[in-house]
Design a protein around this ligand. Structure first.
Ligand SMILES: Nc1ncnc2c1ncn2[C@@H]1O[C@H](COP(=O)(O)OP(=O)(O)OP(=O)(O)O)[C@@H](O)[C@H]1O
Ligand SMILES: [Mg+2]
Length: 243
């Protein structure tokens, strides 16, 4: 099922609208990167798609089983092991599941994010990159077609981030999830997205979009050009907003 946003608007209290007339259709299985300046409403839009906030105008269609969500900070339960965090998500996702089945599924998910050996560690014993992997496995444990990711790798160093990009791409291909990935990093958007949407500021609206083609994936020069084009457009938005 696709995600359809139709003339979506959001204002908080009596303030100016944060989002206004947001229109977008995201196909099932598509990987969309959502870019925009700080404060333009990216998280608000994700929260609306997740059903955590209600739009004040417009309409949206999302899969009936809702969405899995991955936040910017891993927000793992510190008193549970990596495995425990994942098993809890499995239990919440399917209350009729058995302990044995959850254990087996958690093992699979830990392996999927290359944490096979770290299941018994608590969050404080893991590096930031490993914690984000647990968070990724936990969001996959929610077993929803739609995965919403809000700057999940922003706090990581560039090398760890590159590794997780490779992993996320592999997992996306293996699981066929629909992914909406929020970032303010243009390189990251081009690296991961099949399509990049740019949200303007005050109000937030989809003002530009680009397709990332196979050519961009295989030719670093072409990817660099596209990154340049998008960066200039993003800068215009930020400048316009600052006036
Ligand atoms: N619950 C709320 N009540 C009032 N205002 C809010 C609320 N949530 C968000 N806002 C406002 O909406 C605007 C957009 O916020 P949002 O968090 O969606 O931006 P963002 O694009 O995710 O920014 P960042 O890149 O910094 O994460 C901001 O001006 C923010 O202050
Ligand atoms: Mg945000």
């Amino acid at each position: 099922m696709p995600v359809v946003l139709e003339n979506l608007g959001k204002r908080f209290g009596g303030g100016a609208p944060v989002l206004d007339d947001v229109n977008a259709t995201i196909a099932q299985g598509e990987f969309v990167a959502l870019l925009g300046a700080s404060g333009c409403g990216k998280s608000t839009l994700l929260n609306i798609m997740a059903g955590l906030e209600r739009p004040t105008s417009g309409a949206l269609e999302v899969p009936s089983d809702g969405a899995a969500f991955m936040f910017q900070d891993a927000s793992l339960f510190p008193w549970l092991t990596a495995r425990g965090n994942i098993e809890l998500a499995l239990q919440l996702a399917d209350k009729s599941s058995t302990k044995v089945s959850r254990r087996a599924r958690a093992t699979e998910l830990l392996e999927l994010v290359h944490l096979g050996g770290a299941g018994d560690k608590r969050p404080h014993e893991l590096s930031g990159g490993m914690r984000q992997r647990v968070a990724l496995a936990r969001s996959l444990a929610q077993d929803r077609q739609l995965l919403l990711m809000d700057e999940p790798f922003a706090a990581l160093d560039a090398i760890t981030r590159d590794l997780l990009h490779d992993e996320l791409e592999r997992i996306w291909k293996e699981t066929g999830r629909t992914i909406v990935f929020v970032t303010h990093n243009v390189r990251e958007a081009v690296r991961l997205g099949q399509r990049v949407l740019l949200l303007s500021s005050r109000p937030g609206r989809v003002v530009a979009e680009w397709d990332v083609t196979e050519e961009h994936r295989t030719d670093a020069g072409r990817a660099g050009e596209l990154t340049g084009v998008i960066t200039r457009r993003l800068r215009e938005e930020i400048r316009r907003h600052a006036k």
